[in-house]
Design a binder for this molecule. Structure first.
Ligand SMILES: [Cu+2]
Length: 152
């Protein structure tokens, strides 16, 4: 009897959550493309900078949770972009990333950001756990690389 009460309570909590997420979201954008999973987590800011003669992502190594968002900002030394290495992302990550990268330099390479403080947003909603390695196409030869580790 006690177990049934616990189960009932759990069901109430679950259904409450369901009601909450069931409210229609303002979905006025990107109706034509398959909707990426909704981002629900934290935002992580990554700066794209030139310091002296060095080009870098700051931070160049960070951990996020699935559902978080990374916002890359063109601080100095642009143009920059975010280009994921197809062979250095987890299995199943490619469609998650490619669905967000429109008019990029490639399926996993975003367009260049040129204007000061222009941003590139990558959502890790629905993204498999693992290491995502990326570079900046114009500065790849200068070692502008980064890594994001996604945990569930
Ligand atoms: Cu760059």
């Amino acid at each position: 009897m006690k177990n049934i009460a616990v189960m009932a309570g759990l069901a109430l909590v679950l259904s409450a959550c369901g009601d909450k997420s069931g409210t229609p979201a303002a979905d006025t954008t990107a109706a034509a493309s398959p909707p990426p999973a909704a981002a629900s987590g934290a935002t992580h800011n990554v700066q794209m900078v030139m310091e002296g003669t060095a080009y870098k992502f700051v931070p160049s190594d960070l951990s996020v949770k699935a559902g978080d968002v990374a916002v890359f900002t063109n601080v100095s030394g642009g143009p920059h972009n975010v280009a994921f290495y197809p062979d250095s992302i987890p299995a199943g990550a490619e469609p998650v990333l490619a669905a967000q990268i429109k008019d990029g330099l490639g399926p996993l390479s975003t367009a260049l950001v040129i204007d000061p403080n222009a941003t590139i947003t990558i959502s890790f909603a629905g993204a498999p756990a693992g290491e995502y390695k990326f570079t900046c196409t114009p500065h790849q030869a200068m070692g502008m690389n980064g890594k994001i580790t996604v945990t569930q």
